[in-house]
Write a protein that binds this ligand. Structure first.
Ligand code: SF4
Ligand code: SF4
Length: 265
């Protein structure tokens, strides 16, 4: 787990700044859109089903782009992490933050392990929702509010963790993210690392908010990757990391893949 997220700052080209600004505009737009919709409209189950269907169709083409560019909950957690960083810079908190950062550095191996296994928690959330929806085995209403209380406590913890960890909700508690991640594996969109250009500087791995070891992968097929493009933004070598269209689940150098392979960024 790399709670600090990006440890390495990189002054890349204006192209990168434009992508970052573009992404923030889109995220902000959808955040306000969902807030407006919730205030203005009574979102029915049917409407929610249509929204989920659109999300899944988008995922089939563009992998987890919904999580990285659209999801308002993800955007809220980006804001929470920003608030965490601002709090860490308050003069009387600064010394405590320094000790915390040192502690993280000294315990990074064990923290990475905890992070790895804690990510399975969101699978349990998904299973719980599925059994409640399909078999009505343990539903929220039958629990007499007790389970709502437990869920609320878990989400408060996730909110608190969000001050220290990039996108804690996406990492540990988003059941929709699990579905999107799995469906996204069928998508032709993926990030590819070109070993001919890569200098193994490791900047991409350090900058990934989802703590994915980009520098040691040929292509990023992790369900947790939300196509935020931060790794491509921060990579100092042009062409080392690319967002590409490829044939889903095919081998990198297969004939069909070579024919269809198209670079997006
Ligand atoms: S892909 Fe880019 S950032 Fe990542 S290790 Fe290679 S050169 Fe460095
Ligand atoms: S691998 Fe790259 S695109 Fe995926 S989450 Fe990490 S930084 Fe974002």
């Amino acid at each position: 787990m790399c709670p600090e997220g990006s440890l390495t700052k990189n002054n890349n080209s204006s192209k990168n700044i434009n992508i970052k600004i573009f992404r923030r505009i889109i995220q902000t737009f959808f955040l306000f859109l969902i807030i407006f919709s919730m205030i203005k409209f009574d979102i029915s189950r049917a409407m929610m089903s249509i929204i989920i269907l659109i999300v899944l169709l988008t995922t089939l083409f563009f992998r987890t782009v919904f999580c990285g560019w659209v999801c308002p909950a993800g955007t809220v957690f980006v804001i929470i992490r920003r608030i965490g960083k601002i709090i860490g810079k308050i003069p009387f908190i600064k010394p405590i933050n320094k000790i915390y950062k040192k502690w993280v550095k000294n315990n990074i191996i064990i923290l990475n392990k905890i992070d790895k296994y804690a990510r399975y928690v969101k699978h349990f959330f998904l299973l719980w929702i599925l059994q409640a929806a399909i078999f009505h085995f343990v539903t929220i209403s039958r629990s007499g509010g007790r389970r709502i209380g437990i869920t609320t406590i878990i989400y408060i913890i996730i909110l608190f963790l969000g001050l220290f960890i990039e996108r804690s909700l996406c990492r540990y508690a988003c059941p929709l993210g699990v579905v999107i991640g799995l469906v996204g594996k069928l998508s032709p969109t993926k990030i590819v690392r070109d070993e001919n250009f890569c200098t193994n500087c490791n900047i991409c791995s350090k900058s990934c908010p989802l703590n994915i070891d980009v520098a040691n992968k040929k292509s990023i097929t992790d369900a947790d990757c939300n196509i935020c493009i931060k790794c491509i933004d921060d990579c100092p070598v042009d062409g080392a990391l690319k967002l590409k269209f490829t044939v889903p689940l095919s081998r990198k150098n297969s004939k069909i893949n070579k024919a269809i392979e198209k670079q997006i960024i």
